[in-house]
Design a protein around this ligand. Structure first.
Ligand code: GTP
Ligand code: MG
Length: 591
């Protein structure tokens, strides 16, 4: 059988190592020939002499088939459903560092039309390939062999994650080209600072931060593909379950490099509780039972973590954290580079993600301000990747949203107002908590507020620099400050589980640091360095507050801050001058 496929590949001048069954290739060929797509027939056409068809197909592959631009804004559920369906048609391929992209596509086109593809670098070079039709994956799997080593035994769990190797004999010069990799991480801070210095105003700077940091289309696809691959594993036990991303991967505030929060939805498996009665007969499933939902979740997550650990290619460092308030499984998915947190029965978090998605898509200033503030807090070490008493990105996002609710006129509505706009299908009561709000963005009236991001950033810093955290709590449901119901240093009411505080972990020291930093940064913004002016390479605006010196004295020592700031600015200036000179030299050499 391998001979047959080998012969076919030789006929097509394909250099890839392929094995598989005669039956399989016959099936693959049938699919190929019956496919309506041009790329599917490409390989065969090409072997008959039509190089141009390959080029045309490859060009088509690069056009985005999943453009979300439309006059009507899509709902969160619509976007999620589309991306989930798309991910089911994708495969992940570990590739050689250098190879011919054209031949790669030719080979894969044997299995069906390719809708889209891209390469990226993680622990090696990877390709994500999206077929037009999910059947192509079965065809590719049929034609794929299992690599055997002398001292290791493969666990024959077949996934959509492959390794492609080049046959030595057929390597040609054009196989040796480096592939174009899509970026999966943000630019270094020093590069970002240089860019910010070249902006026209603070609004531009905030938009620049967002453009540099936000998730790319490719990174989002990779996140959905990773969930889809995990779903394949979990589906072996719970075929009706779904695995979906939540948190910043989908709420429109995700930054390149953020973790991948994964939700295992078992509700389909549980089914609805209405008994299906037929006449006098009632049928019920025989099921093992646990003494509480929490214990059931812990048992399920325990098994799922074992499956991921033992059978999930590229899943490493699997940790069960089952005694947490929300039990979870942590692991690294090496091929994508994502740090994953898998939870189950966490439906309220999905509603939080949808709420944030709505806010993020109502007005372009919302995301720009959130990205800017999160970047500022990350650089100034207010937030941290390590769990602890720090303010989290989630809490920080809530603070920005609250601030925007309090503008005059408000830039975004309160949760209460979103609830009033809810239609019949929007009613959600989860574990007794009211999670109802409108899902159709088009029903929400745009704001009449026209303030610039320059004003908003400055006012945000002043607002929280003077916020009385000792007395007041933040409530997004009403858009109002309220007396704190308990003594936590920072109290941000959970919008759905209304007695809970989402920032309960934060201690007094961190609140003080935040207030000090907000005051100092507001002061720096107001020091006349709001624009590039005559010193275009001097840090100003966002760049200045990202660099500013930290003081721990409640903002009293502005002189000290100014002195330290001057020193930092001088250092940055030196580095900018050095970089500019280096660039000049480099260009000079090239010319
Ligand atoms: P980053 O991962 O830091 O980019 O932001 P994130 O929004 O994804 O936060 P995180 O990964 O910490 O949490 C994922 C999601 O869980 C959040 O978006 C929220 O929906 C939810 N979540 C996180 N922390 C809390 C909390 O303290 N209370 C509640 N109710 N939900 C939380
Ligand atoms: Mg997250």
């Amino acid at each position: 059988m391998a001979t047959y496929i080998g012969l076919w590949c030789r006929l097509l001048r394909l250099p890839f190592a392929v094995t598989g069954g005669e039956r399989h290739i016959a099936r693959g060929r049938r699919r190929l020939l019956s496919s309506t797509g041009t790329a599917a027939a490409t390989a065969e056409t090409e072997h008959l002499g039509g190089e141009a068809v390959v080029a045309a197909a490859a060009e088509k592959l690069c056009t985005s088939a999943d453009s979300e631009v439309s006059s009507r804004k899509k709902t969160f559920s619509e976007v999620q459903a589309e991306r989930k369906e798309q991910a089911k048609r994708m495969v992940l391929i570990n590739c050689p560092v250098k190879m011919s992209e054209k031949k790669f596509l030719q080979y894969l086109s044997l299995h069906g039309k390719i809708e889209n593809h891209f390469f990226y670098e993680s622990f090696g070079t990877f390709a994500v390939v999206e077929f037009s039709n999910g059947d192509s994956i079965a065809s590719l799997q049929d034609a794929t062999s299992i690599q055997r080593f002398r001292d290791e035994y493969p666990i024959p769990f077949k996934t959509r994650h492959f390794t492609l190797t080049l046959k030595k004999l057929s390597r040609q010069p054009d196989d040796q080209r480096l592939l174009h990799h899509h970026k999966q991480s943000t630019i270094p801070t020093s590069d970002l600072l240089q860019k910010l210095c070249r902006a026209n105003n603070v609004s531009d700077q905030l938009n620049m931060v967002m453009d540099e940091c936000q998730l790319t289309e490719e990174n989002t696809k990779l996140r959905f593909l990773t969930c889809s691959l995990i779903q394949d594993i979990v589906g072996a036990y719970f075929p009706d379950s779904t695995v979906k991303p939540f948190g910043s991967s989908v709420n429109s505030f995700g930054r390149l490099g953020c973790d991948l929060d994964i939700f295992l939805d078992l509700d389909e498996t549980k089914g609805d509780n209405t008994r299906r009665k037929t006449g006098h007969i009632n049928m019920e499933y025989q099921m093992k039972r646990a003494s509480s939902e929490r214990i059931a979740t812990q048992k399920i997550l325990s098994v799922v973590s074992e499956c991921i650990d033992n059978f999930g290619p590229g899943c490493v460092g699997v940790q069960k954290i089952l005694n947490a308030r929300v039990p979870l499984v942590k692991f690294s998915h090496q091929p994508s580079g994502f740090q994953c947190d898998l939870t189950a029965n966490n439906r309220i978090a999905i509603r939080s993600s949808e709420l944030l998605y709505i806010y993020g898509n109502l007005d372009s200033r919302v995301r720009a301000l959130v990205f800017g503030v999160r970047c500022w807090d990350r650089e100034r070490k207010i937030t941290s990747r390590i769990p602890g008493p720090w303010i989290t990105n989630f809490s920080l996002t809530m603070m920005v949203l609250f601030f925007l609710q309090k503008r005059n006129p408000p830039i975004i509505p309160t949760l209460g107002q979103l609830k009033n706009l809810a239609g019949a299908g929007d009613n959600h009561i989860i574990d007794g908590h009211d999670c109802t709000f409108v899902s159709d963005l088009n029903k929400i009236k745009p704001t009449e507020n026209t303030e610039t991001l320059d004003v908003l950033l400055n006012d945000f810093l002043e607002y929280f620099g003077n916020f009385d955290f000792s007395k007041n709590s933040i409530n997004l449901r009403t858009g109002k400050m309220q007396n704190k119901p308990e003594s936590s240093p920072l109290f941000i009411q959970n919008p759905f589980e209304q007695t809970l505080n989402i920032s309960k972990n934060v201690d007094q020291t961190q609140v003080k640091r935040f207030v000090t930093l907000a005051r100092d940064s507001a002061w720096i913004l107001q020091q006349g360095e709001k624009g590039p002016s005559s010193h275009s390479s001097q840090p100003w605006g966002m760049a200045a507050i990202l660099l500013a010196a930290t003081t721990n004295d409640g903002g009293k020592s502005k002189t000290a801050a100014r002195v330290q700031k001057s020193a930092r600015i001088k250092n940055l200036l030196d580095s900018l001058t050095f970089n500019l000179n280096t660039q000049k030299r480099t260009f000079g050499t090239q010319a």
